[in-house]
Design a protein around this ligand. Structure first.
Ligand code: PAF
Length: 306
């Protein structure tokens, strides 16, 4: 069972981490200056810093990021900040699950030693107008469906990385486009940061773990399994010789649309580094789907290498 009661797929480690951070006293910080000083102190003491940016409602996918950072020997800081800038006006900012006390408890159990949970005005002080926009990668797929979303993500991640200083930063492949956007901004802005990608963590029914899964009814949750089925069928078709991205897109779309409780947003197969749709499928590919299940918007993806 995961921290919040989700049954996890075989092979996922759910036990509390017993790394070198275990037993270290947890520090919870609200202020930028405190966080900056704490991470500088870690580096001054000879430790590497691992940042795990989150919006809270921590679950076992976050645990896998923290575990990876602990295993790398980092002093692990989990940031908990529901970033208003990355939510559209009709999105779920108000209802996004928030429980800092629970987040601090689980982050500590997993081996993090620092939590940075700033209020909104600490990240966006009055008068702040700077925005970070990653052109191209941030404009397609999720970027097209959720205008402004990646500008919000890129702005907050750049701010968090500027507070953290030299570090490793851990992201899940479930938000594959976000991972590419972050890699791009880190490279373009020459940030002293190593981006570490961690595999998607799934529940036993195949659903990729997400804080938003909490809002699915039992029936919706069963229906949501269609996302992974569509991705797997698309991947199987490619591995069986299909090279036309249009055919793969149509196949995945038909599978999702056959599920009455699920409303397809997009199903696409793209080049895994540029997110462009190739003329003919080849090399490193990524299949991605986005759909609405009840009031919850879900995304998922799978990689295929030819
Ligand atoms: O993936 C998330 O939880 C958020 O997009 C992130 C990276 C913490 C930025 O708010």
């Amino acid at each position: 069972m995961g921290e919040r009661g989700e049954r996890l797929a075989f092979g996922v480690r759910t036990a509390p981490v017993r790394g070198r951070n275990a037993g270290v006293e947890m520090k919870v910080m609200e202020r930028v200056a405190e966080c900056r000083a704490a991470l500088e102190a870690e580096r001054a003491a000879g430790r590497t810093v691992g940042l795990v940016p989150t919006m809270g409602a921590l679950h076992d996918a976050h645990a896998s990021l923290v575990s990876r950072a602990v295993a790398a020997g980092d002093a692990v800081c989990v940031s908990v900040f529901v970033n208003p800038l990355q939510f559209g006006p009709a999105e779920d900012l108000a209802t996004y699950p928030r429980d800092l006390a629970a987040d601090v408890r689980v982050a500590e159990r997993w081996g993090a030693s620092l939590v940075f949970a700033p209020p909104v005005e600490e990240i966006y002080p009055p008068g702040a107008t700077t925005r970070v926009r990653v052109e191209g990668l941030g404009d397609v797929l999720e970027g097209a469906s959720r205008p402004g979303h990646f500008e919000g993500v890129a702005t907050v991640v750049t701010t968090l990385l500027s507070i953290a200083g030299p570090c490793r930063v851990y992201f899940g492949e479930k938000d594959f486009q976000q991972l590419l956007v972050v890699r791009r901004l880190v490279a373009d802005l020459s940030l002293p940061v190593e981006v570490v990608a961690c595999p998607t963590v799934r529940a036993l029914d195949g659903l990729a773990l997400s804080s938003r899964n909490l809002h699915l009814s039992g029936e919706e949750r069963e229906a949501a399994a269609v996302l992974l089925r569509a991705l797997q069928s698309g991947a199987a078709a490619i591995l069986a010789g299909e090279r036309d991205p249009g055919e793969v897109r149509a196949l995945m779309g038909d599978i999702v649309e056959a599920e009455p409780l699920v409303e397809l947003d997009y199903a696409e197969v793209v080049d895994a580094s540029t997110l462009a749709v190739p003329e003919k499928l080849d090399g490193e590919l990524r299949l991605l789907v986005a759909a609405r299940v009840g009031r919850v918007r879900l995304i998922d993806n799978l990689g295929v290498r030819l």
